[in-house]
Design a protein around this ligand. Structure first.
Ligand code: AMP
Ligand code: ZN
Length: 104
């Protein structure tokens, strides 16, 4: 849990956010400003500020496995997966997240 991290607060249950999917390592919730009919964010439960700070290869696998679970749960057959790393690339929230974007 990092101070002033909006996604850590979501993971802590501060806003009562419903999770699309979760397990011991990761959680997924709807993007507040969806850019596709289905727009879900998959995040590690421990605070990692960006892909550049992610060392744990097992956690990398958990994140991608969760993307597949989210696609299944939300009924997506085709979808895009996006990670913005660094401010110049459009990263706004510095808690690693994988965007899952698609249409049902
Ligand atoms: P990025 O630009 O890759 O850092 O993406 C950050 C994403 O987080 C954006 O798509 C925002 O709409 C989304 N976002 C910001 N605050 C929240 C929130 N409280 N709940 C859900 N999604 C959020
Ligand atoms: Zn965080």
């Amino acid at each position: 849990m990092a101070e002033d991290c909006i996604f850590c607060k979501i993971l802590n249950g501060d806003f009562g956010t419903e999770f699309v999917y979760e397990n011991e390592y990761v959680a997924a919730f709807n993007d507040i400003n969806p850019k596709a009919p289905v727009h879900v964010l998959v995040v590690p439960k421990k605070h990692v500020s960006s892909l550049n700070e992610l060392e744990d290869k097992a956690l990398m696998g958990e994140l991608l496995a969760a993307v597949k679970e989210v696609a299944k749960i939300t009924g997506l057959k085709a979808y895009k997966t996006l990670i913005n790393t660094g401010k110049e690339a459009g990263q706004e929230v510095f808690h690693l997240h994988l965007h899952v974007l698609g249409s049902r």
